[in-house]
Design a protein around this ligand. Sequence first.
Ligand code: ATP
Length: 326
Amino acid sequence: MSEIKNIGVFTSGGDAPGMNAAIRAVVRTALYHDLQVTGIRRGYEGMINGEYEPMNRKSVSNIIQRGGTILKSARSEEFKTPEGRKLAYYQLKKHKVDALVAIGGDGTFTGARLLGEEYGIPVIGLPGTIDNDLIGTDYTIGYDTAINTVINAVDKIRDTAESHDRLFIVEVMGRDSGLIALRTGVASGAEVVLIPESSEDLPALLHRLEHGRKDKSSRIVMVAEGDREGGAFEIGNIVKEKFPQIDTRVSILGHIQRGGKPTCMDRVLASQVGFAAVEALKAGRKGEMAGIINGEITFTPFDQACKKNSHKLDANMVKLVEILSL
Ligand code: ATP
């Protein structure tokens, strides 16, 4: 058993719906165990600059349903340097924080691993990113809300696509991963999904438009922002040039995908892993991310959790999109 007395909690990297539910779970579980909790604002930036505030039961009242993060998030170049991490360590000592819960994505965990290795501070990570691109959890906090935001938006786009017999190319988030595009493509009945993991999807789209059914009144093509052939505008220009007879429009969903009330699934996931993180720190665990795989709480070392994963992308889903939109 460890001698932890004061747990620091912070959110870092891109914000994700459900981060507040995770903060709430960490704070309430720590207080349940008579531990102190310190909120660190603006991620590693605030950790270095001394933005610390004690948290109590009331600090996390009425936030489980709110998107964004009450602790705010930031990206910190300074923390990437050994000097920056040294400053962070001094601040943690000054505020008597002796363990951390880091809520973020792979960059956040890389920083957390270094801080743990260099200064021996126990850190447990929570997967807070809409990208679902971490190993060691079936889903990340924010992913379910983001994909539901996308399908709600695409449903609306389809109304206008159908009314005007248009083809819409819809760009969704995913710099390195097509997970959001593929899942929402299946759920919105997309014609083709273009993702960074595939180089065959653009030829497949062009082939479909050339040889496929001509009686379709509306068509949706989902594109991940990091697609190899470019984003939705580039794809749109290629389609417009080759098929001037098709009324083609582009829609970039952008930041609306990060916002909004977290879904039930994200709130429950965040609550479960937030609780597990505090229990884990109390039990002496460190340097790991708490996730859920097949309904079981699972701990994965930070360096494993951060590995770029294409394993979550189910190739059968690409085929599914194609067949179901024939
Ligand atoms: P998202 O998946 O939403 O982008 P993320 O946690 O991956 O979340 P990043 O911006 O990559 O977001 O990382 C968050 C912060 O973690 C960075 O601003 C930086 O302070 C820290 N960080 C990232 N990479 C490193 C690194 N190699 N060494 C030390 N700290 C790092």
